[in-house]
Design a protein around this ligand. Structure first.
Ligand SMILES: Nc1ncnc2c1ncn2[C@@H]1O[C@H](COP(=O)(O)OP(=O)(O)O)[C@@H](O)[C@H]1O
Ligand SMILES: [Mg+2]
Length: 295
């Protein structure tokens, strides 16, 4: 009985090391110092770290674009050194390059043709993808007029054209405004619903929190923390309540009750919205035409 396929992780990285020579200066840059990680199929994994910590190098090695100094990497059980490891992968690079004179629809279609697709099925696929990334109304416009957020989304549509099981996204929300990055995060959640595996990198930590199941934190080429988000960020030994319409009397009673049980009330305060939510609410309200009173 073959049970390996269900257990084969989407990504397996073992003891990856990468030293870049810097020929003119006769020195070396060590980008990765023995990185190991597994990403189970169907997960959204965030590889986090400051600039220069080795995130892009990891992705490039995984995609076979850079050869590691030592160590191995596999995609769905196939070594990155084999071309066929990339058949089920879509990649959105850090600074994707687009032909500015093509329209959005042509950009996705062009990539589909490079993947060996064509005809009516490609046309339908392009329409479906433009809808998925929310660019159905911009599909006929030239890329040169797209915002950074729209470019990232057309890049995502392009990466998904051949319906790969794994998507690798290098800093998908970097340089994108809050509304645009919200759309990209929603899109990643929709991919997850469809059973896709997503590996993304980011140095924008708060943006990762709501989409990733697991995160790994890279520092100077080493994985310094790794685990599921609740385990990494959860505070043990504390419980949070959110109470509506609590009168001062009720609050006082709760404090007494807590103290009576040998516990301690740490905070009782008004919950705060994060600044991004405030920003999105304010700018959305500004954009949508308000109904005239009584109209
Ligand atoms: N082709 C290269 N040649 C020399 N050094 C490189 C090359 N690519 C990356 N590096 C170095 O490797 C380190 C990690 O880079 P990178 O993987 O791009 O980091 P990140 O994506 O986390 O910002 C950096 O110090 C960077 O300067
Ligand atoms: Mg990078």
């Amino acid at each position: 009985m073959d049970t390996t396929s269900s257990e084969t992780p989407a990504v397996r990285i073992r003891d990856l090391k990468k030293v870049f020579p810097v020929p003119l200066r006769r020195r070396q840059v060590t980008a990765l110092r023995g990185l190991s990680l597994d990403i189970p199929a169907g997960h959204v994994y965030g590889l986090l770290g400051p600039n220069g910590s080795g995130k892009s190098t990891t992705l490039k090695i995984l995609l076979g674009l850079v050869t590691p100094t030592s160590g191995t990497s596999e995609i769905f059980g196939i070594p990155s050194s084999e071309v066929k490891s990339r058949t089920d992968v879509g990649f959105l690079p850090e600074n994707p390059y687009f032909y500015k004179f093509l329209t959005g629809a042509e950009t996705v279609s062009f990539h589909g043709k490079l993947c060996g697709m064509g005809g009516l099925s490609l046309r339908d696929r392009v329409t479906e993808l433009l809808e998925l990334v929310g660019l159905q109304d911009a599909g006929d416009r030239r890329i040169s007029g797209y915002s950074k957020g729209m470019l990232q989304r057309i890049g995502l549509a392009q990466a998904m054209v051949h319906d790969p099981r794994l998507l690798i996204l290098d800093e998908p929300t970097a340089g994108v405004d809050p509304a645009g990055s919200r759309q990209i995060r929603d899109l990643i959640l929709r991919l997850k619903e469809r059973g896709k595996t997503v590996l993304l990198t980011s140095h924008l930590l708060e943006q990762v929190q709501e989409v990733c199941d697991r995160v790994g934190i890279l520092a100077k080429g080493e994985l310094v923390r790794e685990g599921s988000l609740d385990i990494l960020t959860g505070v043990t030994g504390q419980t949070e309540f959110l109470i509506e319409n609590a009168s001062p009397e009720l609050q006082a009673e709760i404090s007494r009750l807590v103290a009576g049980h040998g516990a301690r009330l740490v905070t009782a305060r008004q919950p705060q919205l994060d600044l991004e939510t405030v920003f999105l609410k304010a700018t959305e309200a500004g954009k949508s035409p308000r109904k005239p009173p009584g109209g």
